[in-house]
Design a protein around this ligand. Structure first.
Ligand code: PLP
Length: 489
């Protein structure tokens, strides 16, 4: 099955001799506890029959340290979460401690607490340029997507259109794994075991210019993509569709940036057909693209915006959905009750952590840091095109993907077996030895995904590019060195 494995550390020797505190745990005990009792996300534990599951014990700046004391660059920000790196745990922890010593919990049913109020105010301030002024809080991105779907359905129902029961999403997109969110996720492997899924969803092309026949002509590409959206809506019935969901830059498949005019076109189509436009900013929110929200970079105007991960920079589980006054209207004027609830919506610990993290984002001028360093990162990554297996380099801000191909001129892709060998047997080991954690993804074409902490400096970004370059050179040489028989295996 195609997978999106995080690169799995395997090498025996420490990659960095810098002394680190001993792990505050006994490695043998942890390994036994994992082996005997723990189930992991999207993981076939059978693959760990003869080795231990990697265990990380500490973070340090933009690095993480494993149970053996080996130190790695946190090149994927954990999972697009640790935007502030690992330096602020004490400070954010104190905010969490202060909150818990005052009030550990209160539900959010007809009552709330000052932390949730302050966070709502703060998020509405950040959402102001997009006219997003009200927020519902969740514990993560998939929950935020589910919350957005229910808001959309109920909004239409309150306006006399309860028949709008369908959604439009994009191929390969990942929007979460709970059954509602999975309905919008365009990855066959992880959908099919759970079909039928509750929300009928039509999938249109994502913005992968490298693989689209019109991709070489940005204006034509936009026209083709939007025509496809129009056709999908017509096919589903314009008055049957409740929402269209898309990421400003799609992660799954590898950092697909939108062509010019794409988001404006989506807005126009949605307006014309009465459909709500949802921007899923679970990854792109909070500075990853050099703006507080990715929508600002592309002048996208969604009706609802989902976020998570960066909202606490990974220090606690929190997500949510920001909406415009127009979308909030039925729910704040007595016309409709939002029929949704989560015990931990607006949990005081999570809101305190998010407020403290947002203070640090502001103090560190995180979006500005990303904007300042993006050109150098882009330039460094673009130079990797010199390596014969590099087909495409794409992305924005601190959010990049490198697509690997058999041949650059013909853009011929690797077979699943070849991709598996290249990503796991060659690249993963090499990056592991060189001390970089990133993601090697073959859910679409094989890609290396990079998404470093947003507080990374130029030196660290240069080091990441150097490691990726070295690993890719080694992989290209290994590919060349495969006997013809094995190369065509
Ligand atoms: N939406 C997007 C765009 C995501 O990338 C993810 C997770 O990576 C999700 C939704 C689901 O978020 P969570 O895992 O917090 O439920």
């Amino acid at each position: 099955m195609a997978s999106a494995q995080l690169q799995v550390p395997a090498g025996p020797e420490p990659v960095d001799a810098a002394p680190v505190d001993p792990a505050p745990v006994d490695p043998a005990t942890v390994n036994r506890q994992v082996r005997d009792h723990l189930l992991l996300n999207f993981t076939d534990l059978g693959e760990f029959a003869d080795r231990d599951v990697p265990v990380f014990v500490r973070g340090d700046g933009c690095h993480v340290i494993d149970l053996q004391g080996r130190r790695f660059i946190d090149g994927l920000s954990g999972l697009f979460c640790t935007n502030l790196g690992h330096s602020y745990g004490d400070r954010i922890g104190r905010a969490a401690h202060d909150q818990l010593s005052r009030l550990v919990f209160t539900p959010s049913w007809y009552l709330t607490h000052p932390g949730a109020a302050a966070l709502a105010d703060r998020l509405a301030g950040l959402g102001e340029p997009l006219d997003l002024s009200r927020v519902y809080l969740t514990s993560g991105g998939g929950e935020a997507v589910e919350a957005a779907w229910k808001l959309a359905r109920q909004w239409h129902a309150a306006r006399g259109e309860p028949q709008r029961r369908k959604a439009i999403s994009r191929t390969l997109a990942y929007h979460g794994t709970s059954l509602g969110a999975l309905s919008f996720t365009g990855l066959a492997d992880i959908r099919q075991p759970f079909e039928p899924l509750p929300v009928p969803t039509a999938f249109v092309s994502n913005t992968n210019a490298y693989r689209h026949p019109a991709g070489g002509d940005p204006a034509g590409f936009t026209r083709a993509l939007l025509a496809e959206v129009e056709a999908a809506i017509a096919w589903e019935g314009a008055d049957q569709v409740a929402m269209l969901i898309a990421e400003p830059v799609q992660n799954s498949g590898g950092a697909f940036t939108p062509p010019p005019g794409y988001w404006q076109g989506l807005r126009e189509i949605c307006d014309r057909h009465g459909i709500l436009l949802v921007a899923d900013e679970t990854i792109t929110g909070f500075g990853r693209l050099g703006e507080w929200f990715g929508c600002q970079r592309y002048d996208a105007r969604p009706d609802l915006l989902t976020f998570a991960k960066g909202a606490t920079a990974g220090h606690a589980p929190l997500g949510g959905v920001l909406v415009t006054e127009r979308v909030a209207e039925p729910f704040v004027t007595g016309r409709a009750t939002y029929l949704h609830g989560l015990t931990f919506s607006g949990h005081p610990l999570a809101t305190a952590v998010s407020l403290a993290a947002l203070d640090i984002y502001q103090e560190e001028s995180v979006p500005a840091n990303v904007r300042a360093l993006e050109p150098g990162l882009r330039e460094g990554l673009e130079q990797l095109r010199r390596i014969p297996i590099v087909g495409d380099v794409r992305g924005a801000g601190f959010f990049w993907a490198i697509e690997l191909v058999r041949d650059q001129a013909g853009r011929e892709t690797f077979s699943p077996q070849e991709a598996d060998w290249l990503l796991r047997d060659v690249l993963s080991r090499r990056m592991d030895a060189l001390g970089l954690l990133c993601r090697l993804d073959d859910r679409g074409e094989p890609v290396i995904q990079l998404s470093p902490p947003l507080v990374a400096d130029r030196e660290l970004l240069d080091r990441i590019v150097a490691i990726v370059g070295e690993a890719l050179e080694a992989a290209a040489a290994a590919w060349q060195g495969r006997t013809p028989a094995r190369r065509s295996a």
